[in-house]
Design a protein around this ligand. Structure first.
Ligand SMILES: *Cc1c(COP(=O)(O)O)cnc(C)c1O
Length: 367
């Protein structure tokens, strides 16, 4: 069989399907929807309809399903974006005059256009220094003393109320259960709530092979953003509460934030199928395995440096000058990352990333 040739984008009018097969490693949201989830959406599409605004049976059963998954009573509120989930979570644990500790390269801090500040009506995000993309308990402790003034200078300083960490984090590394537990212990000792941004939570659970409970409420997490979109759903994320005290205002806040879907059942059906029969972990396992294969291949190439441990499905690599351009000419897509002097790229593998495409990328990078 003739090898297809690649190019980044077809010239207008020159599209030749047989000849064009771009492979996009930019993110895990460039992919489509897992067939199982698509089927669940079709199933929810019953001709007789269902009650709106989450008063349908699938949504009604969702908290029960998540409670089983997390081995505790969990309350689940579907939303359509991870940004909404994060911002809603933070609005429950931080008042307008509070601070929330996070990381500078965190999604809440860098990538949400002020949604956390908007939903909390002005709470301040305070970045804590990171190591390999992670917050450490020691760095958090230092930041609390440093910025909060220990509460002694109220009402002049903004008092710390919460901590927000991402799992998988934005450098592609994964917190161990112990690391999360240590962060939560510092938070608890200082009266702070802990939020987990789990846009890629499945990838972390699949990587660690632990129970979801160990990584969350048993370690001290109060509430989380549970992601599904990047791992095979169409547009389904959820706020998951482990701490009952936080539930009071969430349904009003979700409505006010424009995320009470009238056809909620289509989000709920995705989430229900996603966690059924371990589908979410199977999908994540492929993404993680492909990232491992890709980083192992790249690591063997002279002049290529893998910048962070590849714990899950994301790879950050420093590559020689013209390599990125060559790869793009060969039909591969990915994001440039970091500063322009240091040609970093980010590669993300997804639930349906194909081993042949990974191998072809490594081959093209080696040339
Ligand atoms: C993608 C992502 C989100 C959510 O992003 P949306 O585009 O709003 O769905 C949140 N946190 C992290 C770490 C992410 O990578």
């Amino acid at each position: 069989m003739k090898e297809p040739t690649f190019r980044t984008a077809p010239a207008p009018g020159a599209f030749e399907p047989a000849n064009f097969r771009p492979v996009n490693f930019a993110s895990d949201n460039v992919t489509g929807v897992a067939p199982e989830i698509m089927e669940a959406i079709a199933e929810a599409n019953a001709p007789q309809g269902a009650w709106p605004y989450g008063n349908d049976d699938v949504t009604g059963g969702l908290s029960g399903r998540f409670s089983e998954l997390f081995d505790t009573e969990a309350r689940v509120y579907p939303v359509a974006t991870g940004t909404a989930a994060n911002a809603l979570c933070l609005s429950l644990i931080a008042q307008p005059f509070n601070t929330v500790y996070c990381l500078k390269h965190g999604h809440t801090y860098e990538d949400e256009g002020g949604a956390p500040e908007f939903y909390t009506n002005g709470a301040k995000l305070v970045p804590v220094p990171a190591a390999d993309g992670k917050m450490t308990a020691a760095a958090l402790e230092a930041a609390i003393v440093d910025v909060g003034g220990g509460g002694a200078r109220l009402p002049h300083v903004m008092e710390a109320a919460a901590v927000s960490i991402a799992q998988v984090n934005e450098c592609g590394t994964v917190y161990s259960v112990d690391e999360i537990r240590d962060i939560c212990a510092v938070a608890r000792a200082n009266g702070l709530f802990v939020h987990l941004d789990g846009a890629r939570f499945a990838n972390a659970v699949a990587a660690l092979g632990c129970e979801p409970a160990e990584l969350t409420w048993r370690a001290g997490i109060d509430l989380m953003s549970f992601g599904a979109t990047k791992n095979g759903a169409m547009a389904a994320e959820a706020v998951v509460l482990f701490n009952d005290d936080l539930e009071d205002t969430l349904s009003q806040r979700r409505m006010r934030g424009g995320h009470l879907f009238s056809k909620m059942r289509f989000l709920s059906a995705q989430l229900a199928r996603y966690i059924q029969d371990g589908l979410w972990l199977q999908l994540a396992a492929n993404a993680n395995a492909m990232a491992e294969r890709l980083s192992a291949g790249l690591a063997e190439i002279d002049d290529v440096t893998i910048d962070y441990p590849v714990d899950a499905n994301m790879i950050f690599a420093t590559i020689p000058g013209d390599t990125a351009e060559r790869l793009r000419d060969s039909g591969f897509e990915f994001y440039d990352w970091g500063d322009p002097d240091r040609p970093n790229i980010r590669l993300v593998c997804a639930f349906n990333t194909d081993a042949d495409d990974v191998d072809r990328f490594v081959e093209a990078a080696r040339r």
